[in-house]
Write a protein that binds this ligand. Sequence first.
Ligand code: SAM
Length: 427
Amino acid sequence: MYDYPLGLIQTFNDNVAYFNKFVSFCENIYDIKKFEYTDDNIDYYQNIFCSKVSNFILLAIYSNDVDYKCIFLTWEFDGKKLVWDIPSGGLPEKKEEIRKTIEKIVKKYLPNVNLNTISPISSVSMKYLHGTKEIVHKGLVFACSISNIKEYSKNNPHLRGLFVPINDTQNINITSSFNEDIIRFSLKKIEKMKQGSNTSTNEIETQKKYRGRYIFHDIFFKKLITFIGYLYKPRKSISKKRYKELLFDNIPSGINYILDIAAGDDASTIKYTEKSEVVVLNDISGTALDILARNSKTSKNIFFTNEDILNANFKHNSFDVVICKNCIHHFNSAKELTQLFDNMVKWSNKRIIVSEIMHPNEVSGLWPKIKNLYYERFLHDVGSSLFTINNFENAIKHFFINSQFSVRQETYLTVMGINYLVIIDKI
Ligand SMILES: C[S@@+](CC[C@H](N)C(=O)[O-])C[C@H]1O[C@@H](n2cnc3c(N)ncnc32)[C@H](O)[C@@H]1O
């Protein structure tokens, strides 16, 4: 079992062995390019920098907020030449969540923007001789998507950087320090990155804004809703718990990696750790991850990630099972749904499990509609594209009923409504 890979929620200080594990775990599940340097390649100043801090992170901060994709670059003068770099920082001396460390670096340069998603894109290993001792420092480069870019220069008197349109970056001078090819690689990576979901910023900001309500929901309302659901209980329905067990039974035992693409605050995902060496729990919302992490601090083989699942950087075939539960109604176009399903097929080496709650109009009675109103009006849930059974079946048929997959489909009535469970295996 992995010792402590809690992912972005993991607390770190500048402890080399500890960070090495984190980096090598990222290399396992992410499509990461490895950069390796020896002291022949690093310059005098970099050498001084490395003797002060050891492990480090570099940030390729980009935005799709305006009509064109752009990246934040800092500038300085190298002699008379203007050269560009990306923000960076060492890991702190005191333990801190890596996500917080990243947030702090972003805030230092760009106090008014909102950090949305964080995606490792490359790793750096620097070997150099300090006296006669060989020292290895590790670094990770994260692509960070941000929003609220228009405000970036407001009340920012020490700003020494600009958002540069990604298409204009071919002709600028990049710093000649060891970072140069890492920066060039990051620019290319971001240029190629697919557009995230239309609702991504709204999704993140809503959950942040109504954080209190989400916590209250997690502690109290969720249980109340389930309880009312039981009183209301239509005939032939099964309990929510039973439905989750049925889903769980479809996860094979003894596997290495599971990915839940949008775990939200669903604590039942923690149970997946009984079946898999590591469970990667992703959500676009850091707030949802925080709430979930409160329930799972004791579990050691969970790795939290904070990706927009439409442009996440996971490696092909790196998960035995990819789970998509109650998430596809958050994507509101055929293009997004295609992107989502293509990604899941790419990342899974065997099984995909889709579980989706159907539109409340598909069941008779008032309760499912009231419950839906609560999600819409009280929690301001952004997912408003709930499927009818007919539309859902058509989508599954369109994407998965072909010679590439074997597909099993089941429906279950629970107190929440009609749940569609689809088990898709790559042939
Ligand atoms: C209805 S909740 C379902 C959560 C959980 N799977 C469950 O069944 O309880 C949908 C989740 O999808 C997340 N989400 C929406 N768009 C996303 C995206 N583009 N990438 C990753 N997560 C996303 C939301 O933040 C939210 O937590």
